[in-house]
Design a protein around this ligand. Structure first.
Ligand SMILES: [Zn+2]
Length: 45
């Protein structure tokens, strides 16, 4: 067991769209998720 560093970065946030760590996203996934996020927001309003 190795001591885990304390996540304090925005990259440690979990993406609400795919429930994965944002740091685990590929650049393509980042693009898709950010697009979907904007779509959801615009629809929600
Ligand atoms: Zn995502």
């Amino acid at each position: 067991m190795m001591p885990q560093p304390i996540p304090s970065d925005a990259n440690e946030q979990i993406c609400p769209l795919c429930n994965r760590l944002i740091s685990k996203h590929t650049p393509e996934q980042m693009l898709e998720c950010s697009k979907k996020l904007q779509d959801v927001k615009s629809e929600d309003v």
